[in-house]
Design a protein around this ligand. Structure first.
Ligand code: BF8
Ligand code: SF4
Length: 621
């Protein structure tokens, strides 16, 4: 393995961890070597108690499970379960935001308000909800009810599918994969993968795409749109990133996880004059709320709140010794945090009934008392500040400015109100295409390197890059989210960025905000009168690790976008499945997956793909 990270702040904290005898994900990764070959290739099954069964990838041992399941069936079932878990995670987050909007509309939620009435009214129109002469609360109440219906749908298919280009919708219909309710597809995935139900890897995979579409065009889209209604639609904003955002003389609260319903209230509570006075009495000059992972993205998009780091930095933040409380809710929260926190004064506070952690303190968070609970949590951090062991405090000075907040609305505004300048730039070749670089960190690769190398290669070749998730944070830390980074872009892209005053890498938010990318892709396809699969666009997840990323990959490919994965998915044991996903899918969905761990080679795959699509559209000879 190469270096652990390209991030200097991470490397400094890893040295400190080694000095202090603390193990991190990287150490635990080494302790897991060699990882199980059956697991890596996706050909072990324990879906029933005749098993566990495994297939011999070398053809010497068993080539089927006790029930007769082949390597392809086993790998496809395992993949479908990963998609279902990922879709469930995104969609359950979406449901929580919908519920919060509903309770806000009823006047039963504490501290929340409907911030973006314009978006509320636009969505009401989309859902055929009467809006004229009605209060925003009345409209929101009906809209939230309609949204809840989409989870356990009793009629038709998802409303947001109508945002996709007509050709794409027809294709989904023809393949019979238009999602019919978000929860239903997840449940059906579990049913199909039960022993002896769907015994065909192609059919399993197609349902995987349907389940994933219910995430991208359903659960995630609800999370994004309803968060915008409640907390405001992001607009370009500046802030700071990396562990250097932690402050030696302030109460440091790191909010980590995913749902903005929690983090928004913590931000609000930390501005409370009474609490600030309490902090001063304890000797701190202020209260510093920082984000981590996607909760960080939600906050940086809307408020320019500093972001302490991405996925592999969650433990490292604690190792600075300067975090008074880390407040977590759901997803991507390592159970190791409780162990690491024991070496410092840091309190780990869990808040979701779905996400408890032994060794952490639990403060239940709910809409009805949200602000009171947030205040209580901030007070716990203040009380904890005097316990900081100054001898153990070491905050790296890496701290980079970013510009984020590129919602679809913000992009349109930057373009002067219409997509035309972007379309013209694409047609003329000033911008050759658009690539979405998204996803996690993974100790299987050098932290952030895949994101940064791929991003730099693409912008240098005049490909506009859009980002979400931990990929976006990687680029924030490297300074690529600043308008000045246009200097690293090719001539055409540089000129466009300079004219508009935007960076060559547009941060569009958290992972659920990939739904924003689907909306942009649809708008561009509609403007050109083509399908998404005809566009010079591509997706990439260079360092992905989570099941949510598997769902994302499946709905992105299912929406017609060629996608390159940097870490190898556990399917290689199913040869037919691999062929289907990397070749066969092209004739079915108009897009395929590629797996390429080397980010430079991944860049050439994307550039070749973009050239081919440009040629097919007649944009170049
Ligand atoms: O939803 S990029 S490590 S934080 S899964 Fe997790 Fe991956 Fe980060 Fe956000 Ni997305
Ligand atoms: Fe084995 Fe089939 Fe049972 Fe899986 S479902 S454990 S392959 S017998």
């Amino acid at each position: 393995m190469g270096e652990k990270s390209v991030d200097q702040a991470s490397l400094k904290m890893l040295k400190k961890a080694a000095r202090e005898g603390i193990s991190t994900a990287w150490d635990r990764f080494e302790r897991q070597q060699p990882q199980c070959g059956f697991g890596l290739s996706g050909i072990c099954c324990r879906n029933c108690n005749m098993g566990p069964c495994r297939i011999d990838p070398f053809g010497e041992g068993p080539n089927e499970g006790i029930c007769g399941a082949t390597a392809d069936i086993i790998a496809a079932r395992n993949l479908l379960r990963m998609i279902a878990a990922g879709a469930a995670a995104h969609s359950d987050h979406g449901r929580d935001v919908v519920t919060t909007l509903y309770e806000t509309a009823l006047g039963e939620a504490q501290g929340y308000q409907i911030k973006d009435e314009e978006k509320l009214r636009a969505l009401a129109a989309e859902f055929n909800i009467p809006a004229e002469g009605r209060s925003k609360e009345e409209i929101a109440c009906d809209l939230a009810r309609e949204a809840m219906e989409e989870f356990g749908m009793i009629k038709g298919t998802l409303q947001f599918l109508n945002r996709a280009p007509e050709k794409r919708r027809e294709l989904w219909k023809k393949l019979d994969i238009s999602p019919r309710g978000i929860d239903r597809e997840v449940v059906e995935s579990m049913h199909r993968t039960h022993m002896g139900v769907d015994n065909d890897y192609v059919s399993l995979t197609l349902h995987g795409v349907r389940t994933a579409l219910s995430d991208g065009w359903g659960g995630s889209m609800f999370a994004t749109e309803f968060s915008d209604i409640l907390f405001g639609t992001p607009q370009p904003v500046r802030g700071k990133s990396n562990l250097g955002v932690l402050k030696a003389d302030q109460i440091n609260i790191v909010v980590h996880g995913h749902e903005p319903t929690l983090s928004e209230m913590i931000v609000l509570a930390a501005r409370d004059e009474e609490l600030l006075e309490m902090a001063r009495q304890k000797g701190a000059v202020g209260i510093n709320v920082c984000g981590m992972c996607c909760t960080g993205n939600e906050l940086l998009m809307r408020h320019g709140v500093p972001v302490a780091g991405n996925f592999l930095q969650q433990e490292l933040a604690l190792i600075t010794g300067a975090v008074d409380a880390m407040v977590v809710d759901v997803q991507c929260v390592m159970p190791a945090l409780a162990q690491v926190a024991k070496c410092y004064h840091t309190k780990i506070i869990t808040t979701s009934p779905k996400g408890r952690m032994s060794g952490a303190e639990h403060v239940p968070f709910g809409e009805h008392t949200a602000l009171d609970t947030a205040r209580k949590i901030v007070m716990m951090a203040i009380e904890n500040y005097p316990h900081r062991n100054q001898k153990l405090v070491e905050i790296p000075d890496e701290c980079m400015e970013y510009m984020a907040g590129f919602s679809v609305e913000a992009i349109l505004k930057a373009l002067g109100g219409s997509l035309n300048p972007l379309l013209d730039a694409i047609k003329s070749g000033q911008i050759r295409g658009i690539a979405a670089i998204v996803g996690c960190n993974n100790p299987k690769t050098t932290q952030d390197e895949g994101h940064l190398v791929l991003t730099r290669e693409l912008i240098r070749n005049n490909v506009l890059v859009v980002q979400t998730g931990c990929a976006g944070i990687a680029c924030a830390k490297a300074g690529l989210l600043l308008p000045e980074a246009a200097a690293e872009a090719g001539e055409g892209l540089r000129a466009v960025c300079q004219a508009l005053g935007v960076p060559p890498v547009l941060h569009m938010g958290s992972c659920v905000d990939i739904s924003r990318i689907l909306v942009v892709a649809s708008a561009v396809a509609n403007a050109l009168g083509v399908d998404i699969s005809d566009l010079p666009v591509a997706g990439a997840a260079p360092e992905w690790m989570s099941e949510k990323a598997v769902s994302i990959g499946a709905y992105v490919v299912g929406s017609g976008v060629f996608t390159v994965l940097g870490t190898v998915p556990p399917i290689l044991g199913g040869k037919g499945l691999v062929d289907l996903l990397t070749e066969g899918a092209d004739g079915v969905l108009g897009a395929v997956f590629a797996v390429e761990p080397d980010p430079r080679k991944a860049a050439s795959l994307i550039l070749d793909h973009i050239s081919a699509k440009r040629k097919a559209l007649g944009l170049e000879p």
